[in-house]
Design a protein around this ligand. Structure first.
Ligand SMILES: Cc1cc2nc3c(=O)[nH]c(=O)nc-3n(C[C@H](O)[C@H](O)[C@H](O)COP(=O)(O)OP(=O)(O)OC[C@H]3O[C@@H](n4cnc5c(N)ncnc54)[C@H](O)[C@@H]3O)c2cc1C
Length: 242
């Protein structure tokens, strides 16, 4: 598939989601729609002290028909990372080029009746949140279960917590669990890595699993799904950030 043309985006708003993650909301500079499918990503051309760098970011929200020119990203600050540092420091109103949408980490082609398990760590939750929003918008009540298993270090690092808890309370088909690798005494939820909680969610023989985050976790989860639960590659969908 040919890469889409470069197009200009404008940083409209931003907010701090967690100590390490900044949400950035862009609009297309020309006001045209940025047509994408939930789960896809964009390449940004980021001006840094090292020159212009290309970095990819998953779109963190499902397409909104009321605001088709809008895309939302969630960027982790990487220590010493030139592009993530520049994006965390970027002023509102900044213009930059982007290419996209790109990628095939989407629900396209997945059987409608298949239970879904979404496994993400850190900002790996971004495309999973977009898919979840799209799926619950398409079918709020009816439909197979969707489970989101999210992993991070501490309670302060949990992304979109209030929103995801509210969605789980409102939609019987959606189940949500966070697991912390650095547990704290008053944490009532799961502890340890996402890898240790797959059995509670992934046993179904029709289930499709979407995994997003850093390579080590993605590879580990994929290996466990194959070895311990008999998954073939058609039911495992992955996106790696490094
Ligand atoms: C398809 C795709 C989608 C991506 N989507 C996102 C996204 O939605 N949000 C996001 O923050 N990053 C995302 N990334 C990673 C992003 O492209 C950059 O690699 C990241 O911002 C670091 O760039 P840098 O120039 O700051 O650091 P660099 O000097 O390029 O450092 C790269 C190193 O940073 C680490 N790293 C990269 N991403 C992360 C992360 N999210 N959390 C912790 N450590 C990381 C890895 O160890 C990697 O080797 C995505 C990458 C790909 C390939």
């Amino acid at each position: 598939m040919p890469r889409p043309d470069r197009r200009e985006l404008l940083l409209e708003s931003a907010r701090t989601l967690t100590p390490a993650v900044r949400e950035l909301v862009f609009r297309t500079a020309d006001g045209e729609a940025f047509d994408y499918v939930a789960g896809q990503w964009v390449t940004l051309y980021v001006a840094t002290a090292d020159g212009e760098l290309q970095r990819s970011y998953s779109i963190a929200a499902s397409p909104d028909p009321a605001e088709p020119d809008r895309i939302e990203l969630a960027v982790t600050f990487v220590e010493g990372g030139p592009a993530s540092g520049a994006l965390h420091a970027m002023s509102l109103g900044t213009r930059l080029d982007a290419q996209g949408p790109l990628g095939f980490f989407t629900l396209d082609g997945i059987p409608r009746e298949a239970p879904l398990v979404l496994v993400g760590t850190g900002t790996g939750v971004a495309p999973l949140r977009a898919m979840l929003q799209a799926e619950l918008r398409r079918s709020p009540v009816e439909g197979p279960p969707i489970t989101l298993l999210f992993g991070c270090r501490t309670p302060a690092d949990i992304l979109f917590r209030a929103e995801l808890e509210a969605l789980a309370a409102a939609h019987g088909r959606f189940h949500y669990a966070s697991t912390l690798s650095r547990s704290e005494d008053d944490w009532p939820g799961l502890t340890g890595y996402v890898q240790t909680h797959l059995g509670e969610h992934c046993a179904g023989r029709e289930t499709h699993v979407f995994i997003c985050g850093l390579s080590k976790m993605v590879k580990d989860v994929r290996r466990l799904l194959k070895a311990d639960f008999g998954y073939d590659r058609k039911r495992i969908h992955t996106e790696r950030y490094d």
